[in-house]
Ligand binder design. Structure first.
Ligand SMILES: *Cc1c(COP(=O)(O)O)cnc(C)c1O
Length: 394
């Protein structure tokens, strides 16, 4: 599949105010120039290795495999990246591009603060001034991440419109971008937004799948039978899936089932969304009959988003990938199970992929191999786990 395209089937594209069209065109041109440029790639590889901690391990989770009673389960350990998740891969790429283009300032949206922290981190490293837009509700809920961003030198702007969460922070970031695009680069945190962002973020995250493919060949001498990842906007999944698109490997995405698909409290844009225009792209979104965006819900802030990257909407339509909704409850069970069996506390986002593995493992035999992207670490989620009625571990 050609990933340089503007459209993914009927999804993607560029739907922005006129004012921003030349701005994203400049980003698209610059990205095409650097993606295969030797100097840029060497610089980025160096940062990914020496700063972010790549390549991340591929770990055979033997205890979990036994417990689930099916296939061998391998975990791609993105939780071991600097700042605790895969987000740093993308941010280092985009901010290095921003430097290359001569920008002195970067803005970003953030939900729980993970993309905000990663952006503030890379901005400190690359000497860019940094402003992060964050919904007031999230600022209140995620005070530790707000503190981290400020410590890293970023300005955090609380957004008070709408539901005062990620969707509103993104709208505000796009609005303010239009006013300051002269000197400011917009770093988007997932495979969403107008072209070239979905393609660019997929490219910067494709290091996950590239490494995992090499590692599974080193360890097993063959391809996995299936690859699984959680899907918020869909960047860790895109980064894993792209390495296997042309191979006989089943691809599974786990989206936020929240309190169940028969309630209105979930974030399952692939299972329950309809096509529409949202935040610069055409994709599947949770909306009512007249196109009002419906608030998403998930126990994990990173999956709490009413849209999804256009690549995934297309992979769903073509049947190349299968997406299933995993509930809050299933994710919390998987969170605890991985902690108990392997001594690894996963992010609640990643726990959705683990929950899906538990659900489908009976379809596989003990010789089969499942490759799961463990997108982040779960220290950030321990309080949430307790609040949501997870067992008290005194
Ligand atoms: C942000 C985040 C996600 C969701 O984002 P994607 O773009 O879907 O990958 C998943 N896991 C972790 C740990 C995150 O921080």
């Amino acid at each position: 599949m050609e990933m340089k395209e503007t459209m993914y089937g009927q999804y993607g594209g560029t739907f922005l105010p006129e004012l921003l069209m030349p701005v994203v065109h400049r980003v698209a041109e610059a990205f095409e120039r650097v993606r295969d440029d030797e100097t840029f790639c060497q610089r980025l590889d160096g940062l990914l290795t020496d700063y972010a901690g790549r390549r991340t391990p591929l770990f055979l989770a033997e205890n979990l495999s036994k417990r689930l009673g099916g296939p061998k389960i391998y975990l791609k350990r993105e939780d071991l990246c600097h700042t605790g998740s895969h987000k740093i891969n993308n941010v280092l790429g985009q901010l290095l591009l921003a430097r290359t283009m001569g920008y002195s300032r970067v803005i970003a949206e953030t939900g729980a603060g993970q993309h905000g922290v990663a952006t503030a981190t890379a901005a400190a490293l690359l000497n860019l001034s940094c402003t992060i837009y964050m919904g007031e509700e999230d600022v209140a809920r995620q005070s530790l991440n707000v503190y981290r961003m400020k410590l890293l030198g970023a300005v955090v702007v609380p957004v008070s419109s709408g539901s005062r969460t990620l969707k509103d922070a993104t709208n505000e970031a796009i609005r303010s971008w239009a006013a300051c695009a002269e000197d400011t680069f917009y770093a988007i945190g997932s495979v969403v937004g107008p072209h070239p962002y979905p393609a660019m973020v997929t490219h910067f995250q494709s290091v996950i799948g590239k490494e995992a493919r090499e590692q599974i060949f080193e360890k097993e001498g063959r391809l996995p039978d299936a690859a699984l990842a959680c899907v918020g906007g869909g960047s860790n999944a895109a980064g894993l899936f792209t390495a296997f698109l042309d191979d006989p490997v089943d691809l599974y995405g786990a989206e936020a089932g929240g309190e169940g698909l028969d309630t209105d409290r979930h974030g399952a844009a692939l299972s329950r969304g309809t096509a529409g225009i949202f935040q610069g792209m055409r994709t599947l979104i949770l909306q009512d009959d007249v196109g009002n965006i419906q608030p998403a819900h998930s126990v994990s802030a990173g999956l709490d988003y009413p849209g999804v990257g256009p690549l995934h909407a297309h992979l769903k339509d073509t049947g190349r990938a299968v997406y299933e909704a995993v509930t809050d409850r299933e994710a919390m069970e998987a969170y605890e199970l991985l902690a108990r069996t392997e001594g690894i506390i996963p992010a609640l986002e990643s726990a959705h992929a683990l929950g899906l593995a538990g659900r489908i493992s009976h379809r596989f035999s003990p010789e089969d191999i499942l490759l799961i992207c463990l997108s982040g670490r779960g220290d950030k989620d321990t309080l949430r786990f307790q609040e949501e009625g997870g067992r008290d571990h005194e």
